[in-house]
Design a protein around this ligand. Structure first.
Ligand code: NAG
Ligand code: NAG
Ligand code: NAG
Ligand code: NAG
Ligand code: ZN
Length: 317
C-alpha cells in the first residue's frame, strides 16, 4: 500500500523533496521543456475535428461508480487533492476516445483553469486523474495511453443556489489552507457534483501531465460546458497556500489534432454570459500556438476579486 501511495504522489508530479514552482517553468525538468505534446493548450473550436464517423470518439463516455467515493484530501504544496482510499472500489471511466477501462485515482484543482477554449480561460479547472485499469501508475507513465484526465472548467456565479457543486469540499478547505497539510480523515464524496452539466460535450487530444515530470501519456478529455460554482466558494481558495496565488501551467504549443464530440458541436455556451468573472481574455488573436503566460488581465481580475494586490502587466512582444 505504501508503494501505491508513493506512486499517486508521482502522478500529480509531486515527488516529496523535489522542488519546482509555477514561477520558474523554464527550469522544469526533461520533457517539460523538450516535449512536443505538452499540456495544457488553448483549444480553438474551429480547428477541432468533428469525428462524425466515430473513428476516434467511439460512442459516449461512461462513468461508473463516481457517486460514492471514499477519499482523503491534502494540500501537497501545489494544489488541493483528494485521493481514493486504498482497497476501495475504483470508479471506472470508459468510452469516448478511450480504448478499455480507466480507473479513477485522484482529483485536484487548479485556479485559474489550465486549458483555454477559444482563448478563454476560466476561474477554475478540476482534474480527474485515471490510470489504465490493470496498470500500476509507474507502468502507465511509460505508455502513451497510460492515463486519462478529465478536465472540468468552472465558472463563478453569485448566489446561494450555486453552493451545490463544491458543497462537500468547502467545509474541508480550512484544514487544507496550510501548505503540506493533510491528509484529512477519509470521507465519502459524490464526484458527480463536480461534473460538468454535460459530460458528453468535450474536446479530446493527446497530451501530458501539467506538472513535472510532464510525461506525454495523457488522453485529455476537456469538458466544454462549465460547472457553476459560487463566489463565496471561489473566494475560499484565495486562502489555500500553494506557494503563490496561482497554480496553473502556461499554455503549450498545440501542433496536434484535437477532436470534438458531436454533443459539443450541438451546444453553444458562451462563458461570457455566465457570471462575474466572465469577462475573460480572448487570447486567440495573440496566441497562434506560442507559449505565453500573458493572462495578466484575468489574473488581476481574480486578484481584485479576492482582495489581493494586482500585479504589473508587462507588455510581451
Ligand atoms: C473510508 O476509508 C477509511 C480508511 O480506509 C475507512 O476507515 C472508512 O471506514 C471508509 N468509509 C466508508 C464509508 O467506507
Ligand atoms: C471494463 O469494465 C467492465 C465492468 O466494470 C467490464 O465488463 C468490461 O469487460 C471491461 N472492459 C475491458 C476492455 O476490460
Ligand atoms: C476569440 O477571437 C477569435 C479571433 O479574434 C474569434 O474568432 C473568436 O470568436 C473569439 N472567441 C470568443 C469566445 O469570443
Ligand atoms: C490573498 O487574499 C486573501 C484574502 O484576503 C489572503 O488570505 C491571502 O493571504 C492573500 N494571498 C496573498 C498571496 O497575498
Ligand atoms: Zn492538474
Amino acid at each position: 500500500m505504501w508503494i501505491i501511495a508513493v506512486n499517486l504522489l508521482a502522478v500529480a508530479g509531486i515527488i516529496k523533496g523535489a522542488d519546482w514552482s509555477y514561477d520558474f517553468e523554464t527550469q522544469w525538468p526533461g520533457v517539460c521543456t523538450t516535449g512536443s505534446q505538452q499540456s495544457p493548450i488553448n483549444i480553438m473550436s474551429r480547428d477541432a475535428v468533428v469525428d462524425r464517423q466515430e473513428a476516434h470518439i467511439k460512442g459516449p463516455l461512461a462513468f461508473r461508480g463516481y457517486s460514492n467515493v471514499n477519499a482523503t484530501g491534502e494540500n501537497n504544496g501545489h494544489t488541493v487533492k483528494w485521493t481514493l482510499v486504498d482497497d476501495e472500489p475504483m470508479p471506472i471511466l470508459s468510452g469516448g476516445p478511450l480504448r478499455g477501462n480507466y480507473s479513477f485515482i485522484q482529483f485536484h484543482i487548479h485556479w485559474l483553469s489550465e486549458h483555454a477554449i477559444d482563448g478563454m480561460k476560466y476561474p477554475m479547472e478540476i482534474h480527474f486523474v485515471h490510470v489504465k485499469t490493470g496498470l500500476t501508475v509507474e507502468e502507465a507513465l511509460k505508455r502513451p495511453d497510460g492515463l486519462a484526465v478529465v478536465g472540468v472548467l468552472c465558472q463563478v456565479h453569485s448566489g446561494v443556489e450555486n453552493e451545490f457543486a463544491l458543497g462537500e469540499l468547502t467545509p474541508m478547505l480550512p484544514s487544507l489552507f496550510d501548505r503540506q497539510s493533510g491528509p484529512l480523515p477519509a470521507s465519502i464524496i459524490d464526484l458527480t457534483r463536480l461534473f460538468s452539466p454535460n459530460m458528453q460535450s468535450f474536446y479530446t487530444y493527446h497530451g501530458s501531465l501539467t506538472t513535472p515530470q510532464c510525461q506525454e501519456v495523457v488522453t485529455w478529455i476537456v469538458m466544454d460546458t462549465p460547472l457553476i460554482i459560487s463566489d463565496t466558494q471561489y473566494k475560499l481558495f484565495s486562502k489555500v497556500d500553494v506557494g503563490g496565488i496561482d497554480n496553473y501551467r502556461s499554455l503549450q504549443p498545440v501542433n496536434r489534432v484535437i477532436y470534438r464530440s458531436l454533443a459539443s458541436c450541438a451546444s453553444l455556451t458562451l462563458p461570457s454570459s455566465l457570471g462575474i468573472l466572465a469577462a475573460l481574455v480572448n487570447l486567440s488573436s495573440t496566441m497562434s500556438g506560442v507559449v505565453s503566460k500573458g493572462i495578466c488581465t484575468i489574473v488581476n481580475m481574480k486578484r481584485k476579486f479576492w482582495g489581493n494586490k494586482t500585479k504589473e502587466c508587462i507588455k510581451s512582444d
